[in-house]
Design a protein around this ligand. Structure first.
Ligand code: ASP
Length: 466
């Protein structure tokens, strides 16, 4: 829009005539004076139609909240007694000289000027495009952008590159159920959506990338909770020639910088972040994501800690061995012989490091098993047959036989971190278009049935089993 001035910049245009483009936030009629609060992405300003402005009065008569306008007016300094110092633009006012209605709005199903906590979540989800208009949600999505941008800049400066990895892929053994996508071309076969880019990022290390990161979407078909969504975002990274301390130090420094630069009102309880062994954490806190805050009433206190020395394997209910975190992890160096000899399996510790914040796991990673023979042994311990290993992990073993650098990495649950930084109690509040607790998108109405034609093309003929 030509000559548009953003609301945040109005105070540098005092006594000038300007044009803004905005939503109507509030309308207040006070007899001869009509007041509005106008809102654009940069903030709010009060507008007033003075009794003399007949034309403006006429156009403004039908205008209601959430209408979309172009407003032409003069920026006036407010008289001293009307100044609201604590408010953005509290010392100015836009004297409305003309209004162009860009679009009308029917009455919204709920108030978008409150913080929204009083509104049923189903309703908020169904009209998410309106729900996102509220200040709290605008802050959440804009701070999310700021954090992600900070991460991208920081890691780029450290020599990392962001590489996208496929969404249509093959099942990865992250321990959760896969979402699957039927193939039309290869009928009867399925892609799996990635639970994480784990294998691809390791293959990028074999490819010589050395420092990889990605703001990566991950899909896990698990029951949704306040801090879980069927699709969520990881800050995923992997580094070659790195040891545990390298990955931990880099991530710690990045987290500290995010808090100090973007959340200066928050206080980190302890730097460097304390490190707690899995065993101590379980004994002392009864969990592997301990809440070590010394004052749990303080919303600005961030108590980060690392949890290390996790057991590599645990027994399933059926009595078989399964991995606790990641089948691609390396054991701690002193346990490599145990892996190769499959000896004292229950006591083998992994190079796994998790990071917890105020009682939530916000990330985890490990140094990987880059030697094909050791990885093969782990897969054998996990009960995979020779045939199964070749079929599912053959590409990894093959890749590692061509000179794989030692490597390790980590992934953050970005939604959870943002939830905590923004002081929210659900990750749904920091995701623009989240799913409900039942994994539904109420606005788009997904999941939904698809047309018979689509099913025929996919060669799918099914009966829903009750
Ligand atoms: N891929 C792992 C996860 O999603 C994280 C990692 O080990 O880098 O939990």
């Amino acid at each position: 829009m030509k000559n548009r001035i953003y609301i945040k910049d109005l105070s540098s245009h005092i006594d000038e005539e300007v044009t803004i483009a905005c939503f109507v936030d509030v309308r207040r009629d006070q007899g001869k004076l009509v007041f509005f609060d106008f809102r654009d992405m940069t903030g709010k300003v009060q507008g007033v139609i003075l009794p003399g402005s007949k034309d403006a009065h006429e156009v403004a008569t039908p205008v209601r909240t959430e209408w979309v306008l172009e407003v032409f007016g003069k920026v006036n300094k407010r008289p001293e007694r009307n100044v609201q110092a604590e408010k953005q633009n509290g010392d100015i006012e836009l004297e409305i000289l003309g209004i162009k209605i860009l679009n009308e709005a029917v009455t919204t199903p709920f108030d978008v000027s409150s913080d929204g906590r009083e509104i049923g979540e189903e309703n908020r989800m169904k009209y998410r495009f309106l729900d996102l208009r509220r200040d709290r949600m605008q802050k959440n999505i804009r701070m999310r952008h700021a954090v992600i941008k900070h991460v991208r800049d920081y890691l780029s400066n450290e020599g990392f590159i962001e590489v996208e990895t496929p969404i249509l892929t093959k099942s990865t053994p992250e321990g959760a159920r896969d979402f699957v996508v039927p193939s039309r071309v290869a009928q009867g076969k399925f892609y799996a959506l990635p639970q994480s880019p784990q294998q691809y990022k390791q293959l990028l290390m074999v490819a010589g990338v050395e420092k990889y990161f990605q703001v990566a979407r991950c899909m896990r078909d698990e029951d949704t909770r306040g801090d879980r969504q069927p699709e969520f975002t990881q800050l995923d990274m992997e580094l070659s020639f790195a040891e545990e301390n390298d990955v931990m130090a880099l991530n710690e420094a990045l987290l500290i910088e995010i808090v100090q630069k973007l959340y200066p009102e928050k206080k980190i309880q302890e730097i460097p972040f304390p490190r707690i062994s899995y065993k101590d954490s379980m004994e002392k806190y009864g969990t592997d994501r301990p809440d070590i805050r010394t004052d749990k009433t303080d919303p600005n206190l961030l108590a980060f800690c690392w949890v290390v020395d996790f057991p590599f394997f645990e027994k399933t209910d059926e009595g078989n061995w399964t991995f606790t975190h990641n089948p691609f992890s390396a054991p701690k160096p002193e346990f490599i012989e145990n892996i190769l000899e499959k000896n004292d399996i229950g006591n083998i510790l992994a190079t796994q490091y998790d990071i917890a914040l105020n009682g939530f796991e916000i990330g985890g990673g490990s140094i990987r098993n880059h030697k094909p023979e050791a990885l093969k042994k782990v897969l054998e311990i996990l009960g995979h047959s020779e045939e199964n290993i070749n079929e599912n992990f053959g590409h990894m073993l093959s890749a590692f036989s061509y000179g794989a650098p030692p490597h390790g990495g980590i992934a953050w649950g970005l939604d959870r971190l943002l939830m905590l930084l923004q002081g929210e109690d659900s990750i749904r509040e920091v995701i623009a278009f989240p799913k409900t607790g039942e994994g539904r998108d109420l606005m788009m109405d997904a999941p939904s049935v698809i047309e018979d034609k689509q099913l025929r093309e996919l060669g799918i003929n099914f009966k829903v089993q009750k």
